[in-house]
Structures are given as C-alpha cells and as structure tokens.
Write a protein that binds this ligand. Structure first.
Ligand code: SAM
Length: 505
C-alpha cells in the first residue's frame, strides 16, 4: 500500500474530471471510507460489527448489519433505510456515478467495470501489444525477455503519449494472448482443429465463439494458423466474438480490417457487441466457446457469515450524498446468491472453503476475543460466473468450453477468493485494499477456484471437464521451442504459473 502515491493519483483524477464531478473525487480520497492507508488496514483487522438499532422500512430488524471496518464510523443506518435500491439495469442507463442509493456489491462491481459511460472496460482499459512478435530464440534468458518487454512497454506508451497526449492515469496491461502472440493463439488453434477433426468433422462446421476478445489478437492468430495449417478446416470455420465493450469491439473490427492478410478472414468473422449476460440466440450446433481471462472480471457478491450461527449475510454498498461508500450486510440473500449457495452445496457435497474456523470450539473462541468481529472475513462468491454457465446451458447446449484464468492472485484485498483491486498511475500499478473505489478507474479481478468452478459447471451443464495448469496445456499444445530462450528458459511456461485451463471433454 502506497498512500502518497494514491493521494497523488486522486489529486490527478480530480484535476482531470469535468467540473461537475470534482466534488465526488474530493470525497473519494478520504481514507476513512476507502481504506488506503496502512493505519486503516490495522484498524480493519480489529473490526467488529454491530446490529443496526433503528428499523426504517426494512423487513426485519435483524436483517441489517453494518460491518464496522474502521473505528467509530458515522452510523449510516438511517441512510440505509431511506435510500432506494438501484438495480443493475438502472445502473447501466446512468451516465454519471450514482449517489444517495444502495445496491448489491455485485452490481457495484459490474457498474465500476462495465458502465457504458464511465466503466473501466468501456472507457479506461488499454491492452498492451508488443508489436512484432518477440524473437525468443535471439534472447539470452528470461531476464533478457523481461528487459525487452519493459522496452516495448515504454515504446508502446510513448507512442500513445505522442498520439493522444500524456495521460498519467492510462490503464495499460497485458495478457498471455498478447505477450506470446502468435504462439499462444496457435496452441489454442491446434487444440481446436485436433478436437474438431476427432469429433464433429465433416458433419458440422468448425464454429467458434470467443467471449471477451480484448484487441482481437487471439481471433486473428487462430484464423491465421488454421488458414495456413489446414485449408480444408479453414473453409468450414466461422468465428464469432461476443464483446461487452464498444471500444474494444471497435478495435477488434479495426484490427480485422487492418491488413490484406487479416481482411481475408472478414467473411468468417462476426463481432457482436453485447454482454454475454444479454445473449438470447439459441445455437444448437456443436461449437467451441473460448473465454480467456474473462472470468476474473465477472462481478462477485460479497458474503460475510455470522460466526455464531454460520448464516450468510450478503454485502451491499451504500453511496451517500457526498459519494462516499459504506459496506452493509443483510440477512436476506437475493435469489441469485441464494441459488449459488444451493448449487455449490449440491455440486461439491458441501466441501468448499469457508472464511471462518471450521472447528466449532475455535469459532466460539474467535467471537470472544477482544474487539472480535461478529461477522467473518468476507468471501467473494462468483455469482456472475454461475449465470454465465446458465447461458451456456440454455443457449449453447452443444458447446465445448475452453477457458483460462488466474487460480490465485497476489496482493488481493482481504478475504476468501478476494479480488485484486488496482489502478495504474504514472506507469506504475497501484493496488488498494477495497473494491469500494471510484467507479471506472480500477481494475477489479478475482481468482478462480477451479475445483469449485469445475463442479458447478458440471452440475449446471451436465458436461465432463478437465482442469490443468496453463503450463501443462501449453506443453501439450504449443510448439514450446518457439518461445524458448538460448538458456533453455521458456517464458511461455514460466510466466502465468498462477493460471489454469478448464476444458470440456
Ligand atoms: C481481461 S480482458 C481479456 C481479453 C482477451 N481475452 C485476452 O486474453 O487478451 C477481458 C475481456 O472480456 C470482456 N468482457 C468482460 N465481461 C464481458 C461480458 N459480460 N460479455 C462479453 N465480454 C466481456 C472485456 O471487455 C475484455 O475484452
């Protein structure tokens, strides 16, 4: 945690905001509500929760808790009772960040990442491209690769500065698709072609859906490979992108039309600018469904448990008139969170990690410590991911999923299955300690628990799966010599040690 940098960052955001928004930012910097400082973290550890004393129109007095994550916060229970709920659909229509409302944490995160007017993916995200593929065979070792990567990053950002002017809050990051292009895409193409030839060829076309395609690089690398390696299959290939972000969808289109070589794929590609959660077309044909680093940005619900009874309470966010954020926990679960608990329990036979001691004696003792909280640490449950599996089951009954994502993340906020919340300022990544931050300026990415995810996917779709590490998938399907340095070190295998791949078998 780096408070001076954050203070500077928010001053910068403040300076860049249109006049009407300045106040909102001014309030957003107050560490009391956002937990940026080291001292806040210490206070957080001694957190306790208390029951709201006044009931103002809620169903039962027992149902609302304010987890006090900092010492002596102003009690916001009046506002919580008075402010209206704002739904995900209403948030999507908003062109300015809302105030004097409450919402589910899941909807707050969705809005922060995807609001069409101020969401991170709609407005801020810039995905790095190295330009020419790296010449790994000419590099001495892993270190040499790192320094070349650093050089290309600087070059890429300098070019953006020249074109658009300097931007200290530019949100730039990379994915394996980009770092290892075209080899990463070729490995996936090999997997697709082999499996297609072994199963549905020649009775069906090779139908590919990619959800969340970033710059469109994977699509181009896959199509280039199939065109060169298997013209027969290429003739029968159709590639569809489902992309939520209008700016990324436009970029995918631009890259598709950029060169004569890429334009050659145009009649095979359809780019659909829509969230997967708004999907309504039935696709009965066998197809492959790709999702690379998309699960991590699916919104999660925040849950804390009553340590005495183990009852779950669902996290809500209250935004007051000054634009400050408060976290509340409510006994009643919304239907999606309630279903998640049922599905997870049935799919795993009740075997899943919990954010409090499993042993009843230890649990009891933990509530008796001085300053002990009456609610557990938070757990972040992947409710949107479960909804995505519902979409697959309902609209893509003959799909085969291939997905890759982080199975663990360093520097996450506190809690079980907790996200990393980070922003980039003056070309440095700055992690913070809470997802309740100025909407649109922070990437919020969650790890995926592949054991639980696999069980839930199987339960919903009735399909069988295999999970393997990113390295094992690449050893099987990539030509690993393409990414090997002279010392024998191989960044394709050594990077992304915290990523796994799940495939339908
Ligand atoms: C971290 S980026 C990964 C991009 C690309 N797959 C790669 O690996 O380079 C996440 C992508 O998923 C998209 N996305 C996130 N949620 C989505 C949704 N609900 N429907 C469709 N696309 C979504 C984002 O706009 C972005 O393109």
């Amino acid at each position: 945690m780096d408070s001076p940098i954050l203070a500077q960052l928010f001053r910068q955001l403040f300076r860049h905001r249109p006049a009407g928004c300045q106040n909102r930012l001014a309030h957003a910097v107050r560490p009391r509500h956002h937990g940026y400082s080291g001292s806040f973290q210490r206070q957080h550890r001694r957190a306790y929760a208390s029951r709201v004393s006044i009931d103002r129109g809620m169903k039962t007095n027992e149902s609302r808790w304010q987890q006090r994550t900092h010492i002596l916060p102003r009690d916001r229970s009046d506002e919580f009772a008075q402010y209206p709920y704002i739904s995900a659909a209403e948030l999507k229509q908003r062109t300015e960040r809302p105030r004097r409302v409450k919402m589910l944490l899941r909807d707050f995160i969705d809005d922060s990442l995807y609001n069409p007017s101020y969401g991170y993916f709609s407005k801020q995200a810039v995905i790095f491209s190295p330009g020419e593929p790296f010449d790994f065979a000419a590099m001495r070792d892993e270190l040499d690769f790192q320094s070349e990567l650093g050089r290309r990053y600087t070059e890429f950002e300098d070019a953006l500065d020249d074109a658009e002017g300097e931007n200290p809050t530019r949100q730039l990051w990379h994915t394996p698709t980009e770092l290892f292009r075209p080899y990463y895409g070729e490995a996936i193409a090999r997997y697709l072609v082999s499996n297609y030839r072994l199963t549905t060829y020649p009775y069906h076309d090779l139908l590919i859906y990619e959800m969340g395609a970033g710059r469109g690089t994977l699509m181009l690398n896959i199509l280039d490979y199939i065109r060169a390696a298997d013209p027969q299959v290429y003739a029968r290939t159709k590639f569809n992108i489902i992309e939520i972000s209008p700016s990324l969808a436009a970029m995918q289109n631009k890259h598709l039309r950029a060169t004569a070589e890429s334009r050659g794929h145009s009649d095979k590609v359809e780019i659909i600018n829509r969230s997967i959660f708004d999907w309504d077309q039935y696709v009965p044909s066998p197809c492959f469904f790709l999702a690379m680093e998309v699960f991590d940005n699916f919104a999660h619900d925040g849950i804390r448990y009553d340590v005495a009874t183990e009852a779950p309470l669902q996290g809500h966010v209250l935004i007051d008139g000054d634009g400050d954020f408060y976290e509340f926990y409510v006994h009643e679960l919304d239907p999606l969170a309630a279903r998640f608990f049922r599905v997870r329990h049935a799919a795993t036979g009740g075997q899943y990690p919990k954010p409090y001691p499993a042993n009843p004696a230890l649990r009891y003792l933990s509530t008796k410590m001085p300053f002990a909280a009456n609610l557990s640490d938070p757990e972040f449950i992947p409710t949107r991911l479960m909804q995505f599996f519902d979409v697959l089951e309902k609209y893509f009954p003959a799909h085969r999923l291939l997905t890759s994502d982080f199975d663990a993340l360093p520097q996450a906020v506190r809690g079980l299955n907790a996200p990393v919340v980070q922003t980039r300022y003056e070309r440095r990544m700055v992690p913070v300690t809470t997802p309740l931050v100025h909407q649109g300026y922070f990437d919020i990415l969650f790890p995926t628990d592949f054991r639980i995810t696999e069980a839930i996917y199987r339960a919903i779709t009735g399909k069988l799966t295999r999970v393997m590490s990113h390295g094992d998938f690449m050893r099987r399907w990539a030509y690993v010599e393409d990414t090997q340095t002279r010392s024998g070190e191989n960044p394709l295998l050594s990077h992304y040690k915290n990523a796994s791949v799940l495939v339908t078998v």
